[in-house]
Design a protein around this ligand. Sequence first.
Ligand code: PLP
Length: 399
Amino acid sequence: MSHTAPPRRTAPLRARAEIDLAALRANVRALRARAPRAALMAVVKSDAYGHGMVPCARAALEAGATWLGTATPHEALTLRDAGIQGRIMCWLWTPGGPWREGIEADLDMSVSGMWALEEVTAAAKEAGRPARVQLKADTGLGRNGCQPADWPELVAAARAAEEDGLVDVTGLWSHFACADEPGHPSIAAQLGVFHDMVDHAEKAGIEPEVRHMANSPATLTIPESHFDLVRTGIAMYGISPSPELGTPADFGLRPVMTLAASVALVKHVPAGHGVSYGHHYVTDAETTLGLIPVGYADGIPRHASGRGPVLVAGEWRRVAGRVAMDQFVVDLGGQRVPEGSEAVLFGPGDRGEPSAEDWAQAADTIAYEIVTRIGTRVPRVHLNEDPEAFETSGKHPHE
Ligand SMILES: *Cc1c(COP(=O)(O)O)cnc(C)c1O
């Protein structure tokens, strides 16, 4: 159990996100088996997609991940401050760095353009040691990364900086636009461009330790994209990158997060009673209403008003009316559920609860956004933090 979260069960919690680290480890092992010749980078950006960055990073390393990946340098430095060693790569830099801190923390730092190469070499000069740099190619995503036309200039400058002892190019990499749509023509096109850009860099004298392109959907469905390293995020948290590709179970994955709240009030109301702001729900008969004490400030999408599913007393209920900032209501259809009963918004499904994917569909979004946006007011309770304890008991707590 995490030391940062309040103790479970002893003090009932308004709401909590239970994070099953045994499931996360098993997911990492399943993903490694999918890409047996590649190393695995556990992508733990954005607080590990809302699951708690440091405990998730540790669990992923325990299960055989050898790289960690973050978007921002701040996230990467936070991992180092927590005492995590080994390779950490971060890719979303803005002018000003902090390049020097990145060099001193032994980060692998992505460079997509000349401005970044200039800043990182200047910082390396000041630090008196070379910077580990990975050159990012825009092979078609059209987001970050260096365009093919600008690549020769960036590669030549990086090579010159290597000669000067200021950088060490440890990787060449890129990112897919449509890896979650098998057969999409952009996949083969991006792979072709990546091969060309890698060839160019290697002919120019760059000797990358790792070449990499694959995110979760590519790791699961495009073996020819695995190269030396795969960068898995969402699948490691037990969520399918896209429902069209398959369920988590189809890939041997188990959802890591369970979001639950304690029913705060149950009351009888007459027929014709409006519920929540705007009265978009009106009871059609005398019934009972249950108050669920989480709202959009906790990351429950307001867009799922009238639709989001919750398991209460063994049955799926839908959000009645609008999701408010701190709470929403479910119609319990006359059932008298005791206050303090558990309402499960989503989880792995063992008890018949909805999934994060169900909430994504209720809110017209993707499950990535559902878990990532769970707010800081919801404590993360990390279960199965000790890998030994789990391995020897051999029994999953939900089994
Ligand atoms: C977030 C991210 C990933 C992980 O993507 P998933 O689809 O969650 O596996 C990989 N690479 C980059 C560059 C990313 O930004």
